[in-house]
Design a protein around this ligand. Sequence first.
Ligand code: ADP
Length: 488
Amino acid sequence: GAGVRSASSFKHEQAFINGKWLDASDGSTIEVTNPSTGAVLGTVPDMGEGETEQAIQAAYKAQQTWKMTTAKERSIILKKWFKVMMDNQEELAKLLTAEQGKPLAEAKGEIGYAAGFVEWYAEEARRHYGDVIPTPAASKRLIAIKQPVGVATMITPWNFPSAMITRKAAAAIAAGCTVVVKPAEETPYSALALCELAEEAGLPAGVLNIVTCSRSNAPKVGKLLCEHPLVAKISFTGSTATGKILLKQAANGVKRVSMELGGNAPFIVFDSANVDAAVAGAMGCKFRVSGQTCVCANRILVQSGIHDKFVEKLAAAINGLKIGDGFQADTTQGPLININAVDKVEGHVKDAVSKGATVVTGGQRSDQGCNFFQPTLLTGVNTDMRVSKEETFGPVAPILKFNTEEEAVTIANSSTSGLAGYFFSQDMSQIWRVAEAMEVGMVGINEGIMSTVEAPFGGVKESGIGREGSRYGIDEYTEIKYLCFGGI
Ligand code: ADP
């Protein structure tokens, strides 16, 4: 109930800089609300450049000693951090649902996923080897060592308020970097809760700092996080538009960058597909977090021979979704993050209908509350509609009918985005052809959910730069230094 949500002991109303809980220097705050009910959960500091400067300085100072720790020492702390997160999974999930809106079961899943990155990089820290390079000269020996880049700054979104931080921060901290995070203004409490647990795990002051601010302060805080001379690296997850701003700013100081930006995932169902598996895959990858993930299917392309059967079964599955508050046990579809998101989704549906699409189910705002939109199925969609061209980031499944594999691949690749792509087929040669032809960073083949800490997450084209998670994710926070030993 409501009492539990606001009473969570993990809710910190102060930012975390250099191991201290702090208010904004001018005392200003922003409100954090529950997107399901509109209830105000509390406030966090609305910080600016002064506090950001303080956090960067603290991170820089801490890095001078953090980089001297052994991989095993860092690993031990990260393992403890993982453990205390998992010990508190339920409470952290409640805090997440309260500020983000996703169903509690999904929030619990996210905390497990978030903690999983901490565990994974606790392990990877100890296996981040350099190289001995065969020498071309008898008198020389050639070695490549890996060193932390330095202070890594991070700007993160609201759709995975915990995991999008640990996926970056655990890798950075494992590598010997220190971190300043600016979390999304909608979901700062999940971020701040991580600091409490990191401190409990023994992470020294200044290694993990969190600066909270309003959307109106984000541009100046973000600029400093990109341009400060003591910052080595900026890692961002969010919209492509914001990513482009940050990339330009990072260019001024030739900072290292990782960018996880928007997607426009194609989800292709070929005639040979197992229709039930394809429907299950589409449900998982379209309606998770109410369609608000960057790897959600955005365009569902269905071959003519299987089209009607797929649509019928998908409609039935969509009608089985339960829209409601994330704290209700049977809810599968929570609210969207805010009214702007609802307006955008409604705009996409209206645009599609005005250009000839048919609403099979849903199509309207929901009477659950002002941030809710009905899970929606559209057929007769074409490539001129906004649902095909833009990322909807909501619970709308638009179906485009196609005839040939070539046509499907052409449509799939006709996007400036290239994050995830999915297809369902039982034809082995087609599987190889299409997997290799898709211009994306990640391909789900007969699978709708593929994110896992062990696998590399990231995109091509305007979907981003770099990979997170997996053995590759730690490379984003290390430099390779070449040592040449002469006179041997
Ligand atoms: P969304 O519109 O879904 O919130 P954004 O890319 O705008 O996606 O937001 C992701 C993160 O980027 C949030 O933490 C937000 O505060 C931050 N952000 C937005 N605009 C800027 C900016 N100009 N500079 C720095 N950070 C920004």
